[in-house]
Design a protein around this ligand. Sequence first.
Ligand code: DHB
Ligand code: FE
Length: 312
Amino acid sequence: MTVKTMQSADVKELLEKVAGFNTSGGDERVKKIVHRVMHDIFQIVEDFDVTPEEFWSAVYYVSELGANGETALLAPGLGMDRYLDIRLDAEDEQAGLAGGTPRTIEGPLYVAGAPISEGFARMDDGSAKDAEVILIKGRVTDDQGAPLADAVVDIWHANTKGAYSFFDKSQSEYHLRRRIKTDANGCYAAQSIMPSGYGCPPDGSTQKLLNQLGRHGQRPAHIHYFVSKPGFKHLTTQINIAGDEYTFDDFAFATREELVVEAKPVQHSDTAAQHGLTGPITEVEFNVTLVATDKAELQERHARRRALETTE
Ligand code: DHB
Ligand code: FE
């Protein structure tokens, strides 16, 4: 039998004191949010008759999640990143800034400061001998279709095992991470290797909770992009390779129809030949449309803790 205590004067008073409502110091917004968060947690305890044993196991779960460095991995798994994107899309809509290539989640594995080059880069270090060689290519335009030169296309992706350099110390520095400036025609191209999908650490805290939900922790093969140019809205997005078992079943909810790209094996690629690569290659083409804005704060990626990022 569930006991009801949430409406009692004792609990109301307790919550107000918890949130510092009876002191003049502190931050008003933080006080209000903490009040709401603690109220809702108390309410959950009441509604689900949470036992002390269950409560403390949740507390220690959160400790373990942090100790494993998985807080920013569980968040997308619980739909937080996707939800924030849904809000940003709605804000863009309201501000008349909708359109262009759709955004999708950044994920927790970006590393700032990748090598930068003009028009073309090779992203892999040649160590994966049997990897499928790919050519990532595309054009950046404005929403009228005019090419945008000197846009910075910042690309990162996993290796054939689904692991990211920097976080996986067995890979060379900035492996599979490059910044490429578009040429006069708005074009960029990169030679790389076909990534594999990512899986949450099987013994980690994120997977432990996903197991309780009957969910997997897999992402399809994908390639991340930041695309930016002064005068345009910064774009955070990624492409999902078509045909992967998880293309439409991503644990992090990043797939969007417009971002599913087919990898096409070709006998000859003009773009590849232009960069000295002859013979069969798999092309992955992704064209990007940026939306103009004069709002400076929308021209940069939002602030968040990122590896090797110094506040610029
Ligand atoms: C997540 C995102 C990624 O792009 C990735 O490679 C791994 C995890 C994530 O959102 O949790
Ligand atoms: Fe990723």
